[in-house]
Design a protein around this ligand. Structure first.
Ligand SMILES: *[C@@H]1O[C@H](CO)[C@@H](O)[C@H](O)[C@H]1NC(C)=O
Ligand SMILES: *[C@@H]1O[C@H](CO)[C@@H](O)[C@H](O)[C@H]1NC(C)=O
Ligand SMILES: *[C@@H]1O[C@H](CO)[C@@H](O)[C@H](O)[C@H]1NC(C)=O
Ligand SMILES: *[C@@H]1O[C@H](CO)[C@@H](O)[C@H](O)[C@H]1NC(C)=O
Ligand SMILES: *[C@@H]1O[C@H](CO)[C@@H](O)[C@H](O)[C@H]1NC(C)=O
Ligand SMILES: *[C@@H]1O[C@H](CO)[C@@H](O)[C@H](O)[C@H]1NC(C)=O
Ligand SMILES: *[C@@H]1O[C@H](CO)[C@@H](O)[C@H](O)[C@H]1NC(C)=O
Ligand SMILES: *[C@@H]1O[C@H](CO)[C@@H](O)[C@H](O)[C@H]1NC(C)=O
Ligand SMILES: *[C@@H]1O[C@H](CO)[C@@H](O)[C@H](O)[C@H]1NC(C)=O
Length: 296
C-alpha cells in the first residue's frame, strides 16, 4: 500500500474513532419547578428561600426584613462532570424562567445569574455589584473557578448600562456584555415580566450561546426559543472551572433591591453511560486504534 493511501485510511479511522467516542455520551435530564418545600432536599440554599412556587435567590419577604445589601445562591446539590478524564468536554443546555421583580415600582438592584461554581459556598460581602459571585478581595481571581451568565439591573463603572446580559468569568466585569434595550427587553420593568433564558454550551465547538424571550404567562407553555442568540462567545471551560462543578443561581441586592425569582429550571447534560457500555466503548476504541496501527 502506498504511503498516501495508508495515511488517508489512518485519518479516516481516527475520524471514526473520535466520532464514536463522542456518540457514546448519554444525556441526563432534569426538569425542575414549580418549586415547593420538597426541593429543599435537591437544592442547597444560601440566604435565599423557596416561596410562592419559585426559587427566591435573595429573600422575598418585602416589609418584614431589610432587603438591601444581600447576596444569595441556590445550587443543585449534585455536581456535574464537565469533561471526561480524557479532557473531552461534555455539552449541556440549561433553561429557566425568571422574574426579576421591582417592589412598588421602585428602582431595582442588582442582578441575578446562572452560575457554575466549584463548591456550595458564597463569598462574604458579595452583595451590591458583586451579584453573589465575588467580593472586593476575590473579584477577577482565577481561583474563583466560576463562570456565570448575568442579568444585571444596575450600571457599575465597567457596565454598559443598567439592563444587560453578560458572560462573567471569575469577575463581575463581564467578558461580553449585551445591552437588552435593542431587543426591547427590560429585565425588571414596572409591573411584572417573565423571561425565558436558554444557555447552550457546545463542548465540541467550545462555545456558548444564550437565547432570551419574554413569556407572558408564568404558568403557560414555554415560549419558542428564538433563532438568534442574544449572546454568543467562545468558551473553553476546562481552563476555567472545576471538572466537577455545581450548577445554580446567584443574585444580590444593593442600595436598591429586587426579588430574584426562578420559576422553572431545566438542565440537560451529556455524561458517560453506565460502566458496561463504557467498557464496550473502550474495547471498540482500542480495536479501532489497533486497526490504525495495522495500517501504519
Ligand atoms: C412539590 O413539587 C413536587 C414536584 O413538582 C410534587 O411532586 C409534589 O407533589 C409537590 N408537593 C407539594 C406539597 O405540593
Ligand atoms: C435597611 O438598612 C439600611 C442600612 O442599615 C438602612 O439605611 C435602611 O433604612 C434600612 N431599610 C429599611 C426598610 O429598614
Ligand atoms: C442542546 O440544544 C441543542 C439545540 O436544540 C441540541 O442540538 C443539543 O443536542 C442539546 N444538547 C444537550 C446536551 O441536550
Ligand atoms: C423543561 O423541559 C420540559 C420537557 O421537555 C418542557 O416541557 C419545558 O417547557 C421545559 N422548561 C423550561 C423552563 O425550559
Ligand atoms: C415606574 O413606576 C414609578 C412609580 O409609579 C414611576 O415613577 C416611574 O416613572 C415608572 N417608570 C417607568 C419606566 O414607567
Ligand atoms: C471575600 O470572600 C473570601 C471567601 O470567599 C473571604 O476570605 C474574604 O474575606 C472576603 N472578602 C471580603 C472583603 O469580605
Ligand atoms: C469554594 O470556592 C471558592 C472559589 O470559588 C474558594 O475561594 C473557597 O475557598 C472554596 N470553599 C471551600 C469550602 O472549598
Ligand atoms: C473590565 O474589563 C475590561 C477588559 O475586559 C478592562 O478593559 C476594564 O479596565 C475593566 N474595568 C474595570 C473597572 O475593572
Ligand atoms: C449598602 O452597602 C454599601 C456599600 O457597602 C453602603 O455604602 C450602603 O450604606 C449600604 N446601604 C444599605 C441600605 O444598607
Amino acid at each position: 500500500m502506498s504511503p498516501p493511501l495508508s495515511a488517508t485510511a489512518a485519518l479516516f479511522i481516527l475520524f471514526v474513532t473520535t466520532t464514536s467516542a463522542a456518540t457514546i455520551f448519554k444525556t441526563e435530564q432534569h426538569t425542575w419547578g414549580p418549586f415547593n418545600t420538597s426541593y429543599f432536599n435537591t437544592f442547597s440554599i444560601l440566604n435565599g428561600n423557596i416561596n410562592f412556587g419559585a426559587l427566591q435567590v435573595t429573600p422575598e419577604s418585602a416589609g418584614s426584613v431589610n432587603l438591601t445589601n444581600i447576596s444569595g445562591r441556590i445550587f443543585n446539590k449534585q455536581p456535574f462532570a464537565l469533561w471526561t478524564d480524557d479532557s473531552e468536554l461534555f455539552s449541556f443546555n440549561t433553561s429557566f424562567l425568571v422574574n426579576v421583580f421591582r417592589v412598588n415600582n421602585a428602582t431595582p438592584g442588582e442582578g441575578i445569574s446562572f452560575l457554575i461554581a466549584p463548591n456550595l459556598t458564597i463569598p462574604d460581602n458579595s452583595y451590591g455589584g458583586f451579584l453573589g459571585l465575588t467580593n472586593s478581595t476575590t473579584d477577577g481571581s482565577s481561583d474563583n473557578k466560576i463562570v456565570a451568565v448575568e442579568l444585571d439591573t444596575v450600571k457599575q463603572a465597567y457596565d454598559p448600562d443598567n439592563n444587560h446580559i453578560g458572560l462573567n468569568i471569575n469577575s463581575v466585569n463581564s467578558t461580553v456584555a449585551v445591552p437588552l434595550s435593542k431587543y426591547g427587553y427590560e429585565i425588571s420593568p414596572n409591573g411584572t415580566a417573565f423571561y425565558m433564558i436558554w444557555i447552550e454550551y457546545d463542548g465540541s465547538r467550545r462555545g456558548i450561546n444564550v437565547f432570551m424571550a419574554p413569556q407572558a404567562d408564568k404558568d403557560g407553555p414555554t415560549v419558542a426559543k428564538p433563532l438568534q442568540p442574544v449572546l454568543s462567545s467562545k468558551l473553553d471551560l476546562r481552563n476555567l472551572v472545576s471538572q466537577k462543578s455545581f450548577f445554580g443561581f446567584s443574585a444580590s441586592t444593593g442600595r436598591t433591591f429586587e426579588l430574584n425569582c426562578v420559576l422553572r429550571w431545566n438542565v440537560s447534560i451529556q455524561t458517560l453511560p453506565e460502566k458496561s457500555s463504557v467498557i464496550m466503548g473502550i474495547i471498540t476504541k482500542r480495536c479501532r486504534l489497533g486497526l490504525v496501527w495495522a495500517f501504519l
